[in-house]
Ligand binder design. Structure first.
Ligand code: GUN
Ligand code: ZN
Length: 429
């Protein structure tokens, strides 16, 4: 049955890199939604005349944007976000692994999954790609909660058969069998997709990586997500564990885990060979800037991957290695890291990375990540004056980009005025 149409009115702006910066801003833009889809985008008053029966929701100066897409996050680390004083390997052993141990309990997993979606949605994130834990229960809890809320979501069982504590290790066979069973259960159901998920080379034997590579060959339409070259100590460790590999990326390539549909988190300290190879196979990278500063990992090369290599990058909070659930804060950190490398990312690029860039990295760019006719109606409304500090700065703005940049740099969940998932309001109070 067709639902009544709704016309959202507010400011609209084109994020597409193909449009001139001065084009595509409408202070009274209109987005017509029907049956969970965007039917038309245009000028609000004209659309009101053309569709007199549509229910009108007028957000005034609110900015209508695609819902944010978090391309790399760990929902099981929700409760340990902002844990003090460690770098990657110590941080995993001290905080992460003990917390992840709890997810064999389906009730605990369900409680944290619900908390995680409350937090993500209230920060304007309508799609995430999450790691789970080694426990199949953690994957069921995540997908059940995502399904209940009607969101598009990606996740997978995190596989580890070595260098993790007792109780947090699977085996070659169980990683393969569990991943396959979960994939068959959830992939393609409603708006859900499965990602084959080896945590990273140090916590998998070559045999486990090969088994997961074989699984990916059998299900090439699934994503594969993992971590790559986050910290120098980790890279040295990988070289010791895999002496036969040319470099870190090769540990994935020689086991069938490099390719189109692969999403490689962090990817900071890469050799020229690794960078070229990632681009050759059309792999996607997830830049996790708050995490990269918080755990002291390093400065991602946005110039190369976003500007030169045709936009193969999405943005991830990497919660709880990352220090915020907010994609606004994540964009701000991406801006700051690029500045440290001599690159000033434009507000449009930052918004594009957090929406279409991440959606494309997750191979969902044909359904989400843009406010355009035919796309799913996952839409957020930004208040560009959500705090006194932001409001006084935005009041000086002469262009929409100048008006939105203070919210990118200083905004948080208070800037998220409304959140629509398939057209329906979902912002938790
Ligand atoms: N590398 C392997 N596992 C993790 C994780 O959980 N978080 C981060 N930031 N890096 C990792
Ligand atoms: Zn991560």
């Amino acid at each position: 049955m067709t639902e009544p149409r709704e016309l959202l009115i507010g400011q609209t702006v084109a994020l597409s890199p193909d449009r001139p910066l001065s084009a595509g801003h409408d202070t009274r833009g209109g987005v017509l939604i029907c049956d969970g889809k965007i039917e038309m985008v245009g000028h609000g008053p004209e659309m009101q005349t053309r569709f007199p029966d549509a229910k009108v929701t007028d957000y005034g100066e609110g900015l209508l944007l695609p819902g944010f897409v978090d391309a790399h996050v760990h929902y099981p680390q929700t409760a340990i976000i902002a844990s003090w004083g460690k770098r990657l390997i110590d941080w995993l052993n001290t905080y992460t692994f003990p917390e992840e141990m709890k997810f064999g309990d389906p009730e605990y997993a369900a409680k944290i999954a619900a908390r995680f979606f409350d937090l993500s949605l209230s920060h304007g994130t309508t799609t995430v790609a999450s790691y789970c834990t080694i426990h199949p229960e953690s994957v069921d809890a995540f997908f059940a909660e995502a399904q209940r809320r009607g969101v598009a979501a990606v996740a997978g069982k995190t596989c580890m058969d070595r260098n993790a504590p007792e109780g947090l290790r699977d085996t070659v066979a169980s990683a393969y069998d569990d991943s396959r069973a979960l994939l068959e259960k959830w992939h393609g159901k409603d708006r859900l997709s499965y990602a084959i998920t080896p945590r990273f080379s140090p916590t998998s034997t070559r045999e486990q990586l090969e088994a997961l590579g074989a699984l990916w060959t059998d299900y090439p339409l699934c994503l594969m997500q993992t971590h790559l070259s986050e910290q120098p100590d980790e890279i040295v460790w990988v070289a010791e564990l895999f002496p036969e590999a040319k470099d870190y990326l090769d540990t994935y390539e020689m086991t069938g885990l490099l390719g189109h549909g692969g999403v490689y988190g962090h990817s900071i300290h890469l050799t020229d060979r690794e960078r070229a190879r990632l681009c050759e196979v059309d792999a996607a990278l997830a830049h996790c800037p708050t995490s990269n500063t918080f755990i002291g990992s390093g400065l991602f090369d946005m110039e190369y991957f976003h500007r030169i290599q045709e936009k193969r990058v999405g943005l991830g909070t990497d919660t709880g290695g990352g220090s915020s659930f907010s994609m606004l804060r994540t964009m701000a950190a991406a801006y700051e890291i690029a500045q440290l490398r001599g690159l000033a990312l434009h507000p449009r690029e930052l918004l594009w990375l957090a929406t279409e860039g991440s959606a494309r990295a997750l191979r969902l760019g044909d359904r989400i990540g843009r406010v355009a006719a035919g796309m799913d109606a996952d839409i957020i409304v930004l208040d560009l004056a959500s705090t006194p500090a932001i409001a006084q700065r935005a009041a000086q703005a002469e262009t929409i980009w100048d008006a939105v940049f203070p919210t990118i740099m200083m905004g948080d969940d208070r800037a998220i005025r409304d959140v629509r998932v398939m057209g329906k309001p979902v912002k938790p109070c």
